[in-house]
Design a protein around this ligand. Structure first.
Ligand SMILES: *Cc1c(COP(=O)(O)O)cnc(C)c1O
Length: 393
């Protein structure tokens, strides 16, 4: 019988009998594995992916996490990486050769944008077209004879815009183009891109999958064929190996992923509705809200909504904006998201290093834009904290 995610996370791929019945598997903190004979190690080399030889490749603690990730996403195989960017780089490099063309969206995660738009064009002559991504036609119009990859991030973690995953997959399959998606926002609990035909699903494990703000990691999930190829090339050759201790922390985190996601959703919905109805808030961007512009698509391809959103204060007065930001007590100031703790960041802090406030409007950004990650504190306390801080605006 096919098991649900919650059950898989507790029991799947755990060979407890092999570990003296330990309910939690050990951390295999060893760099290499010894073999009883010439013949044994000789045979081990015939399958580098699945035999135990050296921990830059296969490590049992890491492998348990990979097996669980594949099982809960509907993929055949997964690979754990030491960061989300290592996972994204491996997935992208796997799909591209010198001179190939990629189509992606304008609002992808900043470092992924730098990889595609600056590093790869310079190193490998990769060509990139960025589209708004709200219609499949935009992707279709961007396709060239050398297009090898369509790279999605839905919802995008910057502006929460969605791409029609099934529509893009159908287009890509027609043209023999690979598809990859950054699914960090929705997590495997709320969105299942591999079942919609996406080739490679990537996550920043540092966000919801890790969930405790105590590790940095990433993963790539896909078919047996793709992942085995990534294993012997981008993973082993570039040396993007996860430490067993980090993998063990991810395993600990995975046990509670569904329950955490449901609570993030409940808290975030309450916070989003509070902000939406507050007179000092101009606008809230959150795919869970009824008036979210792409609500129909959101409901079609996601089964729930996580805790990252943005909103705009109804003022352009930088002093008031800073006063609001600095008076929050529970929302801690910091980058990243997806952990147990609530966080706030103002994109203007980054933009103001390069732009004047007068330039903001033409770029569709506002001084008063705030990004929050709604954590697992009690929702009434979070709303209270925001409400008090809004009094200074
Ligand atoms: C943080 C993040 C990444 C990168 O993950 P790291 O683990 O920090 O390398 C990738 N995509 C999105 C959407 C992110 O927010």
């Amino acid at each position: 019988m096919k098991k649900n995610i919650e059950t898989l996370l507790s029991h799947f791929a755990e060979e407890r009998d092999e570990y003296k019945g330990a309910v939690v598997p050990p951390i295999f903190q060893n760099s290499l594995f010894t073999h009883p004979s010439w013949e044994h190690i000789d045979e081990a080399f015939d399958d580098r992916v699945d035999n135990l030889i050296y921990s830059r490749g296969h490590n049992p603690t890491v492998r348990i996490v990979e097996q669980k990730l594949a099982a809960i996403t509907g993929g055949e195989r997964a690979l754990l990486f030491p960061s989300g960017m290592a996972a994204i780089s491996a997935a992208v490099l796997h799909c591209l050769n010198q001179g190939d063309h990629v189509v992606t969206i304008k609002n992808i995660y900043g470092p992924a944008n730098n990889l595609l738009n600056s590093y790869l064009p310079g190193k490998m002559g990769i060509e990139v077209t960025q589209v708004g991504g709200e219609t499949v036609e935009e992707f279709e119009n961007a396709i060239r004879s050398n297009t090898k990859l369509i790279y999605l991030e839905s919802p995008s973690s910057a502006v929460f815009s969605l791409q029609d995953i099934q529509g893009v997959v159908a287009l890509a399959k027609k043209h023999g183009i690979k598809t990859a998606i950054d699914n960090s926002w929705a997590s495997p609990v709320f969105q299942r891109p591999l079942e919609m035909g996406i080739d490679l699903e990537v996550h920043s494990v540092s966000k919801y999958i890790g969930g405790h703000s105590d590790l940095v990691g990433g993963c790539v999930i896909g078919s047996e064929k793709d992942i085995k190829e990534i294993f012997v090339r981008e993973f082993e050759l570039l040396g993007a190996k996860t430490a067993p201790m980090e993998a063990w922390l991810v395993l600990r985190s995975l046990r509670t992923l569904p329950i955490r996601m449901r609570q993030h959703q409940e808290n975030a919905m309450a916070v989003a509705e509070f902000l939406e109805n507050h007179p000092k808030i101009a606008l809230v961007r959150y795919p869970g809200l009824d008036n979210f512009p792409q609500k129909e698509l959101a409901q079609k391809q996601m089964t729930g909504y996580s805790g990252l959103m943005s909103f705009q204060l109804a003022t352009e007065d930088l002093e008031k904006i800073k006063a609001f930001f600095n008076s929050l007590k529970l929302f801690k100031i910091g980058v990243s998201w997806g952990g147990h703790e609530s966080l706030i960041y103002a994109p203007a802090i980054s933009y103001l290093k390069e732009l004047k406030p007068e330039q903001f409007e033409s770029m569709g950004i506002s001084l008063g834009d705030m990004r929050i990650s709604v954590g697992l504190e009690h929702k009434e306390d979070l709303i209270g904290d925001l409400g008090e801080a809004l009094e200074v605006v």
